[in-house]
Design a protein around this ligand. Structure first.
Ligand code: IVH
Length: 666
């Protein structure tokens, strides 16, 4: 082998390995720029030795010529669809049918997310990708090999050994939520047509006759099954097949588990529903598949769907309704937010009456008007939003929306700050809306944590004149509070006790509670690690920029806040009322600052979500998968494969008792 040839082989091996770490393990080991540099080196060498170019070289993803049409592909094994279940009852009935047929007490299922993309069949012959086809009608699809080759998460050649000589991989091609947004921004900038959702964008991108267009679209792939298997062994369960596919270099969703029995199915469904809004891609349900392939074969098919699988669909997240009016709300920092008042409509399982329109640019861009029929979207527990207007249904007399020039609450002029999307009320704490919001924020759980002092009560205290800023909270008298409507002795006592208890706090919580613009929990924590209160008061923009993650804009907000006489006087009064923290008590935060934890298995004394919240509150990061960057693995009952991986990588493994000590969980 010549030196050019061995260099080429080595570069391909390296590039494939980096790509595998990135796309399959979600654990990149080199920066993108290094990958690009090596790829360029390979391109240069292949130009020098064109006879050494192979079809599966990482340089050979984008073909040169557009096709005139897609040819047809017949699926030897039909690509089926899934039976749907729309409620717990229907899922329970599915499980019962399976148990009755198999005469079994409990079934193991592979639990997966139902990706909202396009089904694709990838045929690997001797480990090389030789054909890719759409599902089509299930029997006949289109040959989209040239387009599929441009998707970087699809390996052109499988890794390692042990895969069948002929293997058909099935999965989903999709666009991530962020990729979709970037694409639409690009389309808009170039005056091109916008896509309605990530699924349409993925479908449109795959249907291009020119693979160079497809190559420029942010498409991804996740495998969820197999079709043809020729000469070779595969594991005897679906879950194990997915694991094997990963070792062969095929990406599989991280949200995949083996569960036993209906209870665990329902738990998985709940867990993913709660996580859904935070997933990088759109899903429209959960798929449960009988895990054991022998049992799958025994169960067989009915018409177009297997008896051994079911898709539990989420309630629809989008709905049409009438936009009754656009109101303008004033937030804690004075930002004026247009809010759509809607004719009540069911979306994602709840009734929605308001939706955010974000800011005036957004209203203008979408040209949303009172009287319009609009598409409302509610994903997970995020605030519902107006997606778009149905132009055909617009009433004739409708008027474009205009943001008011004054604050709708206090009448102060509203101004737009250079470079910001928000228009703000200039009234500061003289504006009752801002004053009320700042007290609500101060009392909130992640700030001073004054139990029971919620939105309604703050409004009541403010509107009755008992409290006009945070310092007044500490001057409240039992009798006057008890005399408020719906209060009474007991409630007043509880409130005053909660205020008293909250006085012992942590410096970072207090800083966060002050509600300085753009100083969130993390920034407050970083500030508290560097400065005492007196130091922050005197700090210059340059001093503040020394702190991690603080840039000139945030630094400027902090400087302005502490130059304001009214703010300083309120802080003074608060401290004189007894609010206190121990200096140096942030040591435990410093210990966990920047440390990465992963949790596996079940914890007995708290939920994983709670443990995560506690760790984050102490400055730690909590990640979903074990990698070289993990500092600690917390292993609960019945730990999963993460424990093996952590052992492999010699990562510190701690148990629940040690976790509780770290997070001071009583
Ligand atoms: S299994 C026989 N698993 O849903 C099994 N499908 O309604 C058929 N889909 O055409 C497919 N995520 O495009 C399976 N984890 C998943 C899936 C999934 C999305 C799509 C797939 C299929 C459609 C069936």
């Amino acid at each position: 082998m010549g030196s050019g040839e061995s260099k080429i082989t080595e570069l391909r091996r390296q590039l494939n390995e980096y790509s595998y770490r990135y796309h399959v393990l979600d654990d990149p080991i080199v920066p993108d720029a290094e990958y690009d540099r090596l790829l360029q080196e390979l391109v240069n060498l292949e130009n020098e030795y064109p006879e050494l170019v192979t079809r599966d070289s990482p340089t050979q993803r984008v073909g040169e010529r557009p096709l005139s049409e897609f040819s047809q592909v017949t699926h030897d094994i039909p690509m089926l669809s899934l039976e749907n279940a729309f409620s717990n009852e229907e899922l329970i009935a599915f499980d019962k049918r399976i148990r009755d047929r198999l005469d079994s007490a409990e079934i193991q299922y592979a639990a997966e997310v139902k990706l909202d993309g396009l089904a694709i069949s990838l045929l690997y012959q001797d480990g090389k990708l030789v054909r890719a086809a759409t599902r089509g009608d299930g029997t006949t699809g289109e040959d989209v090999t040239a387009n599929i080759r441009t998707i970087k998460s699809i390996p052109l050649a499988l890794r390692l050994t042990g895969f069948p000589a002929r293997l058909e991989v099935r999965g989903e091609v999709f666009m991530t939520k962020s990729g979709f947004e970037e694409l639409n921004n690009r389309q808009q900038a170039e005056d091109e047509k916008l896509f309605a959702n990530p699924r349409n964008a993925a479908a449109g991108s795959l249907r291009q006759l020119d693979p160079r267009i497809t190559a420029a679209r942010p498409l991804h792939f996740l495998a969820h099954g197999i079709g043809i298997v020729g000469s070779g062994e595969i594991p005897s369960s679906h879950f194990d097949i997915l694991q094997s596919m990963k070792t062969w270099g095929l990406p599989v969703s991280a949200e995949t588990e083996r569960v036993a029995g209906i209870e665990e199915c329902i738990d998985f469904y709940r867990k993913i529903s709660e996580k859904r809004a935070r997933l990088p891609y759109e899903i429209d349900g959960i798929v449960f598949k009988v895990d054991d392939l022998k049992l799958q074969a025994e169960l067989g098919f009915v018409s177009r769907a297997p008896r051994w699988a079911v898709a539990c669909k989420f309630p629809p997240e989008e709905a049409l309704t009438e936009l009754l009016d656009i109101e303008v709300q004033v937030g804690r920092t004075g930002a004026l937010t247009p809010v759509a008042r809607l004719r009540p409509v069911r979306v994602g399982g709840v009734t929605v009456t308001n939706a955010t329109l974000h800011n005036s640019d957004e209203v203008q861009r979408k040209d949303v008007r009172a009287g319009d029929t609009v598409v409302i979207r509610r994903a997970g527990d995020v605030i519902p939003e107006v997606v778009r207007v149905i132009a055909e249904k617009r009433p004739e007399a409708s008027q474009p929306f205009r943001m008011p020039g004054q604050c709708p609450v206090c009448g102060s002029p509203a101004e737009r700050v250079e470079g910001e999307a928000a228009i703000r009320c200039t009234g500061g704490l003289h504006c009752s809306a801002q004053a009320i919001q700042s007290i609500i924020h101060y009392a909130s759980r992640t700030a001073m944590d004054i139990t029971g002092l919620g939105e309604k009560l703050v409004e009541q205290l403010f509107n009755t004149g008992l409290v006009s800023n945070i310092a007044d909270l500490y001057q409240l008298e039992h009798e006057r509070v008890a005399a408020l409507e719906r209060m009474g002795d007991k409630s007043a006592e509880n409130l005053l006790r909660a205020i008293e208890t909250s006085k012992n706090t942590h410096f970072d919580k207090f800083l966060y509670a002050l509600g300085i613009r753009e100083v969130g929990e993390t920034t407050a924590r970083n500030l508290a690690l560097h400065f005492q209160l007196d130091e922050i008061k005197k700090a210059t923009q340059a001093d503040l920029c020394q702190v991690r993650d603080i840039g000139p804009v945030v630094a400027d907000n902090i400087v302005r806040f502490f130059r304001d006489e009214q703010n300083l006087s309120i802080i003074d009064q608060v401290l004189r009322s007894g609010v206190n923290w121990e200096s140096g008590q942030n040591d435990d935060i410093a210990d966990l600052q920047g440390k990465t934890f992963v949790i596996t298995g079940t914890l007995a004394s708290l939920s994983r979500a709670k443990a995560k919240e506690k760790l984050i509150a102490k400055g730690a990061k909590v990640s979903a998968s074990v990698s070289g960057k993990t500092d600690y693995l917390i292993a609960g009952e019945n730990p999963g494969s993460k424990l093996d991986k952590a052992r492999e990588l010699s990562i510190n493994i701690i148990d629940e008792t040690e976790l509780l000590e770290i997070i001071d969980f009583a």
